[in-house]
Design a protein around this ligand. Structure first.
Ligand SMILES: Cc1cc2nc3c(=O)[nH]c(=O)nc-3n(C[C@H](O)[C@H](O)[C@H](O)COP(=O)(O)OP(=O)(O)OC[C@H]3O[C@@H](n4cnc5c(N)ncnc54)[C@H](O)[C@@H]3O)c2cc1C
Length: 468
């Protein structure tokens, strides 16, 4: 154990740090020097919005370290937040508490017989995709596998294997009382239901076992996926959206895609970018996307790429630092008359906040329903019926831009939600904790069940007071 020079901290916190340092493993680190390189590195997050500086960062090295840390913190009343890949806006805390950094917990084991992969809580998506030969997960490379799965988990593979949370077979969970329990279909099944979509509210998952799939599900002989970019000028929005509509509505083919309004380098001119993902040979993909290709895009670079490289195009969006936030809403269909107005708002944003040029307003679709799909009530994840959803990534560099960026983002949200009843409104829990609970965990039965479990397992709100 390595305790770096501690600044003056209140007595109770001091007691906590010295007791913890005396008990956790020698590989663990308790960082309190806020100017130290390791402290600064661990503090980095995907977004600097509302970034706070904690009194300490505890880098645990074993599962037992997690148990000891949670027990002692709860006993002494020291608040903390767990952190894995650092891509959410919530793994941050001020000087009243500490970050429980799980990034050293990197074990991955693959059970080829049982077709399962077990990951510790510091494992990132890319590490599973690289290691899991004949097994696959999807999403941004540097995102933590465990938090992504616990929040529902939409990925390129959702159309083939369901959401990542659907694949959860079991978990090892450190509860708010510091107990280590196994959660599975036979042990605390009600908690398994909750971990499948609302799992960040009930404790720290030290290890997650997920069902894995053979790469052959991709429909290619070499484990590749057809993807890339198809680019059009914004003036062609309505005609592109009309051509896209039947593909978005098609429930027979496991193709998914993203329609993005952005101003990428080198020209920084606003354009429309379709990012398709097709499971099957290139010839079948090109035939499927013919209605779009025949429109004559200004640029197209789609090709077959190895599955493990599928997320590489997201690298820029996953980078740490800068002011970024996600907003979005389930929209069910892409109304072609709405998106030209979104383009106008995007142009307004660019002219009023030139530092927000990396922003992108998009919608994503996944209409295919695989046969193994589980029913809406089977897990806490309530985005299951949402086939099309908007994704608004606001990205700016000057904190003064926040108000304007936020105002325009909210206008876009209102546009895409136009005509929806409150009951139909859906917000993806992995992106937001601002939206009302009933949009994130839809249906009063689901919400009441979650609240009951929260009162039972975390009555003091150790892992956020939301749901209480
Ligand atoms: C560019 C980008 C693209 C994204 N695309 C998608 C997408 O396509 N599909 C999708 O589903 N999500 C997507 N997300 C959202 C992402 O999956 C979630 O924000 C995820 O929770 C981030 O995990 P993390 O480990 O990186 O973040 P962290 O901030 O480390 O953790 C996220 C939350 O989980 C808690 N937590 C961390 N570790 C644990 C643990 N072991 N046990 C319990 N709680 C824990 C943290 O306290 C925090 O509240 C995207 C995010 C970004 C930035």
């Amino acid at each position: 154990m390595n305790l770096s020079t501690a600044p003056a901290v209140p007595e109770l916190f001091s007691t906590f740090l010295s007791k913890l340092s005396a008990s956790i493993s020698t590989e663990a680190k308790v960082l309190t020097n806020q100017n130290g390189t390791e402290f600064q590195e661990s503090l980095q997050r995907w977004s600097d919005i509302a970034l706070k500086i904690p009194t300490a960062i505890v880098l645990v090295a074993t599962e037992n370290d997690v148990v000891l840390t949670v027990k002692l913190a709860v006993e002494l009343g020291i608040p903390f937040v767990p952190k894995s890949g650092g891509h959410s806006l919530w793994s941050t805390i001020g000087d009243e508490g500490f970050i429980l950094d799980l990034s050293l917990l990197k074990r991955i084991s693959i059970d080829t017989e049982g077709k399962m992969v077990t990951v510790e809580s510091g494992v990132l998506i890319k590490e599973v995709n690289d290691a899991a030969f004949e097994r696959a997960l999807g999403n941004g490379n540097t995102i933590g596998v465990v938090p992504q799965a616990l929040g529902g988990g939409i990925s390129a593979l959702s159309s083939l294997c369901g959401y990542t949370s659907d694949s959860i077979v079991s978990a090892r969970l450190v509860t708010a009382s510091g107990s280590l329990i196994t959660v599975s279909h036979t042990s605390h099944p009600e908690l398994l239901w909750a971990l499948q979509g609302a799992g960040q509210f009930f404790g720290i998952v030290t290890e997650l076992t997920l069902q894995a799939y053979p790469l052959s599900i991709l429909g290619t002989s070499d484990g590749t996926v057809w993807t890339g970019s198809i680019v059009f000028p914004t003036q062609r929005a309505e005609e592109v959206l009309r051509a896209l509509a039947p593909l978005i509505a098609d429930e027979s083919t496991p193709a998914i895609g993203l329609f993005l309004i952005a101003a990428p380098p080198p020209m920084f001119t606003t354009c429309l970018v379709i990012i398709p993902v097709f499971f099957g040979p290139t010839s079948a993909a090109e035939q499927y996307y013919e209605p779009i290709i025949t429109l004559g895009p200004m640029m197209m670079d789609c090709k077959a790429v190895p599955f493990a490289r599928l997320n590489d195009s997201m690298e820029t969006f996953c980078s740490k630092g800068g002011f970024k936030r996600f907003a979005g809403a389930g929209i069910q269909k892409s109304d072609p008359s709405v998106w030209p107005k979104v383009i106008e708002l995007f142009e307004e944003l660019k002219s009023k906040c030139p530092d927000a040029g990396a922003t992108g307003y998009a919608f994503e679709w996944n209409a295919y329903s695989p046969e193994n799909k589980i029913s809406h009530a089977d897990t806490a994840f309530s985005h299951r019926d949402v086939k099309v959803w908007s994704e608004l990534l606001s990205w700016y560099t000057s904190p003064e831009s926040y108000a304007e960026v936020y105002r325009i983002e909210q206008e876009v949200l209102a546009l895409v939600r136009h005509g929806q009843t409150e009951e139909n409104q859906a917000a993806f829990p992995n992106w937001t904790r601002d939206e009302p609970l009933q949009r994130r965990y839809r249906g009063s039965e689901r919400l009441e069940k979650l609240k009951g479990l929260k009162r039972e397992w975390d009555p003091k709100g150790i892992f956020t007071s939301q749901l209480l």
